[in-house]
Design a protein around this ligand. Structure first.
Ligand code: SF4
Ligand code: SF4
Length: 72
């Protein structure tokens, strides 16, 4: 699917998150930032390229990347 046709959402399960900061550190585009309370937040979701590094690196399975086709 072409990049422009995809809408992405990064979902963080706070109950599982240990605030380790791995996801925000490894995100290559700076989409995820670590908030003041220590939890990650996908503040710049428009920058997400869907690489799923955040999901793959999270040791707690606390973050997932969802993609859906943009309605035309
Ligand atoms: S999928 Fe990639 S670009 Fe998107 S938030 Fe995760 S690490 Fe960052
Ligand atoms: S990598 Fe996982 S556990 Fe660590 S801060 Fe990100 S979501 Fe939380």
């Amino acid at each position: 699917m072409a990049k422009a046709d995809v809408k992405r959402k990064v979902v963080i399960y706070r109950d599982w998150c240990k605030q380790c900061g791995i996801c925000s550190t490894f995100c290559p585009t700076g989409c995820i930032v670590k908030e003041e309370d220590g939890y990650p937040f996908p503040r710049y979701i428009e920058k997400c390229i869907g690489c799923r590094l955040c999901e793959l690196r999270c040791p707690e399975f606390a973050i997932t990347v969802e993609e859906e086709a943009k309605s035309k």
